[in-house]
Unconditional design. Sequence first.
Length: 221
Amino acid sequence: MSRLPQIDMVHQRRLIAAFAARNADLQLTIVHADAPTLLHNLATGNVAGQVAIYKNLANRLAAAEADCVAITSIAGHFCIDALKPVSPLTVIDMIEEVSLAIRQMGYRRLGILGTRTVMETRFYGSLPQVTIIPPNDQHLHEVHQAYSAMAIAGFATAAQSATFHAAAQSLLHDESVEAILLGGTDLALIFDPATSAFPVIDCAAIHADALAALAMSGRSP
């Protein structure tokens, strides 16, 4: 069984449930990348700075005998292509996993919520098989501000939740999107696909399921 890498609470809960369902042994090695630093590097386009942080963390994971590394922040994927060639461990790319899952779901038109960069680049331009619609300018600014604050604090306020829901409803009714892509792992604090009144695509859950499948397959990453 593969020994899994860096993980956040959203991924961790999903992995625990997956392994428990199969009565399998879950092995995790966890390191932490500072969220305010990450968001600053994202906002300023500091790819080299963030890659250096990730590489240092990946070296620690390699020393702990992890078999692969996963960046569990969607915002943190802004430099994923620069990280892959220098990482000492194979990188399990969330963007690739989400692209594959959406292709299988058959959606053609999606709204997106997340950081400004994730929304404006339409999930880093990585989903050519679908049309990605960001919120309008006012909602986009409000969503970015609310998401950044939530990501740093680790919890959501009622006002932040209302901001995300208002943007989602606008996308559903004004842009006729089929579902809302949760372009930030912390949005799992707000939206639950099992209980949501409209379809949502949980990128963190897709990534966690891919990691679980890899680990339980016994294959090398």
